[in-house]
Design a protein around this ligand. Sequence first.
Ligand code: EPZ
Length: 459
Amino acid sequence: MKVHSGIKSIPLTLRMNDAVNQEQARTKHMDKLIATGGKPLMGEISISGAKNAALPLMISSLLTREATVISNVPHLNDITTTMELLGQMGVELQVDEKMAIEVNASTLNSAVAPYGLVKTMRASILVLGPLLARYGRAEVSLPGGCAIGSRPVNLHLKGLEAMGTDIIFEGGYIKAKAKRLKGTRIFMDMISVTGTENLMMAATLAKGTTVIENAAKEPEIVDLASALNEMGARIEGAGTDQIVIDGVEELGGTHHRVIPDRIEAGTFLLAALVSGGKIKLRDVQPHHMEAVLGKLVEAGAVIEVGEDWVSLESPEDPIQPVGIRTSPYPGFPTDMQAQFVLLNSVADGISTVVETVFENRFMHIHELRRMGANIELDGNTAVIQGVSQLNGAPVMATDLRASACLVLAGLIAQGETTIDRIYHIDRGYECIDEKLAQIGASIKRIPGGSFANHVDKSL
Ligand code: EPZ
């Protein structure tokens, strides 16, 4: 396995101990964004690697003693958290200036994922399968719920128990042990992205064959399976609802490039449409975005696609309302729901948006109403009457995709919008303010410390 020779060693511990970084990290929590509406977004931007592919790819390195290199990793808080999570287990990590990360788990000396890290990033649960497969034990804090729902992990645990894992719960932790995981047939009661990923990774080193029925089919799962097969795994059917994994004795390393982020791409296309602009995105995979592209065309956008690019031009006519019902891939992605609630809020007519994946993913609606949106909520259905103009207001982000919706709302509302708690958005969008400013948005980040000082002075 040829390890990426271009990686400069920037030891994680040095970076984390730097006092300035720590001060910035402390106050970064209070950063705000200020957006001023009215400018059409015009220009070209590059889309980053997909957060929801990079996280399992980095964690899959636990399955091998050899080094793996994951390139095209987005520079996001969740990536840093994953590096901290692996680092505190004794895993060696090196990152270069292009965010290619070399991960070497041969030095692993702990199988614990502590509450302090898991509570900031639920995807930490993904270490469970690899730790059990490689080391036969794991202690992972129960993730707990989050803003968008209770987010149980029962399907992950049920599948691992079916593969021969003994699980107890103690002090808020999942304590799991398995002599050697054994292949079996697992039917997923609900379609779960990380549930499928956790069990697929565990099965790569199990004894015998594992069949995952009713598996999730997201592109991020296909990307993970292709990386695992590069490492010597024997996985077939990723991207379909039946994945078959023949366990092997051990895995080697790989050098794998993360697929583009289809949600970041969809978010920027929608931003251009609602602002009456024109945009071209580079480094995308249009065939991962069919449901979203179809809805943007239905709303009136003029879209062109190439092999690794997508362009959008806004129509002369008013935006048309579009009915949305979220569902697992290849259906309409729940991670684009909040953005389309915004589109419908300024469309020419009435529409409904139904959220079927998470039980509490409409918090952006309360904030949009404060900006003048006309939305009625009825259970998991939002009924939206488009209005001609939103008005700027101070708003608060609550979860990753809701905060993206509020930033976009601020870019089209009359006047100024201040978005608070944007640490949510920094978890999933690489430098969103810089990328938006690059295409003409009037947006600026107010660093937490300075804002806090400003407020202190004015008191
Ligand atoms: C992944 O979350 C993504 N996160 C989410 O992206 C995304 O919204 C979600 O899939 C749906 O596409 C990552 O990949 C890191 P699920 P995940 O398991 O895997 C229920 C973002 O914005 N369920 O597919 O946690 C669950 O409560 C994030 O980037 C169980 O009941 O989602 C939900 O209702 C947000 N028991 C449904 O299944 C379980 O054991 C789908 O959840 C697991 C899930």
